[in-house]
Ligand binder design. Structure first.
Ligand code: SAH
Length: 249
C-alpha cells in the first residue's frame, strides 16, 4: 500500500461548503488527524481511525501525520476553513523541513477550503472587493508589538482588514487596544463587521460604525472585518449590504 498525506480544509462549518475534493480524500483515508472540534466534523466509519488532539500541539500532530504516511497510511490532516490560512499546512511543512530526508519522497497535497474571511465577506456582501489584508490577532506565535505595528500600517495603507482570532480568554484586552489603534487612523463611521460562527446554526452578523465597536462583541468564533475608507453600506429591508467598490479614486 502506498501512503499519502492530504492537508485539507473543512470550510467554515456548513457541510455544503466542504469541497468534493476534500470529501473524496476523507472517503479514502485510513487516518484523520486534527484539533478535536475539527475531527468531530468527520463521520466515523469502519477502517478509519480518528486522532483528535488538543490545539497546542501542532508540530507533534504534523510529525505524527508524516510518520503514519511514511508507514503507508492514507492520512488526512484537517483544519477548519483553509489549511493554509493560520492552520496546519505550514505546520506540516515545518515538520517536513526538520524531518528525515525520506519524508521528502512522500505524496503530500494541500486541499484548499473556504476560509472564514471569505465566508464572512460573502454573507455581508463584498467588503473585500478592493485591496485587503488578513491579520491574526493571536500572540501565541508572534510578539504583540509586531501585531500592533501591522494593524497600524495596514490602517494607514487603507486596506480593508480581516482579523482572525480576535479575542481569547487569555487576552481579553488585546482587542480593545486594536480598536484604539484603528480609531487613531480611521474615521469614526468606518464600518466594522462582526461575523460569528458563519455558516453554522449559531451564525450572527453585526455591522456597526467603528465608534460603537466593542471588544466584548467578539469571541474565538468571530471574524472581524473592518472596511477601507471606500467601504459602504446599502440599506434595504432585508438587511444591510456591506461592500467596497472595485475602483479607488
Ligand atoms: N484555517 C482557518 C482559520 C483558523 S484561525 C480558516 O481558514 O478559516 C481560527 C479563527 O478563524 C477564529 O478565531 C475565527 O476568527 C475564524 N473563524 C473560523 N471559522 C469561523 C466561522 N465559521 N465564522 C467566523 N469566524 C471563523
Amino acid at each position: 500500500m502506498t501512503g499519502w498525506l492530504a492537508i485539507a480544509g473543512l470550510g467554515p462549518g456548513d457541510p455544503n461548503l466542504v469541497t468534493p475534493e476534500v470529501t473524496a480524500a476523507l472517503a479514502e483515508a485510513t487516518d484523520v488527524i486534527g484539533y478535536i472540534p475539527y475531527v468531530a466534523r468527520v463521520a466515523p466509519r469502519d477502517g478509519l481511525t480518528l486522532h483528535p488532539t488538543d490545539n497546542r500541539v501542532e508540530l507533534d500532530r504534523a510529525t505524527h501525520a508524516l510518520k503514519l504516511a511514511a508507514q503507508g497510511q492514507r492520512v488526512v490532516v484537517v483544519s477548519s476553513g483553509d489549511p493554509g490560512v493560520f492552520a496546519m499546512a505550514a505546520a506540516v511543512f515545518e515538520a517536513l523541513e526538520a524531518g528525515p530526508q525520506a519524508w521528502r519522497d512522500l505524496d503530500i497535497r494541500v486541499l484548499p477550503g473556504i476560509t472564514a474571511m471569505l465566508a464572512a465577506s460573502a454573507r455581508a456582501g463584498a467588503p473585500l472587493g478592493h485591496d485587503f489584508c488578513a491579520i491574526n490577532l493571536s500572540d501565541n506565535l508572534k510578539p504583540w508589538p509586531l501585531i500592533e505595528r501591522r494593524v497600524r500600517l495596514a490602517a494607514e495603507a487603507d486596506f480593508a482588514i480581516a482579523f482572525y482570532n480576535p479575542r481569547s480568554k487569555a487576552r481579553p484586552d488585546a482587542l480593545i487596544r486594536v480598536f484604539e489603534i484603528l480609531r487613531e487612523t480611521c474615521r469614526d463611521d468606518r464600518p466594522v463587521l462582526f461575523a460569528r460562527a458563519v455558516s453554522t446554526p449559531e451564525e450572527t452578523l453585526r455591522i456597526l460604525p467603528l465608534t460603537e465597536a466593542r471588544a466584548e462583541m467578539a469571541d474565538m468564533r468571530t471574524m472581524i472585518i473592518i472596511g477601507s475608507s471606500l467601504t459602504r453600506i446599502i440599506d434595504r429591508p432585508a438587511g444591510p449590504i456591506l461592500y467596497t467598490p472595485r475602483s479607488a479614486p
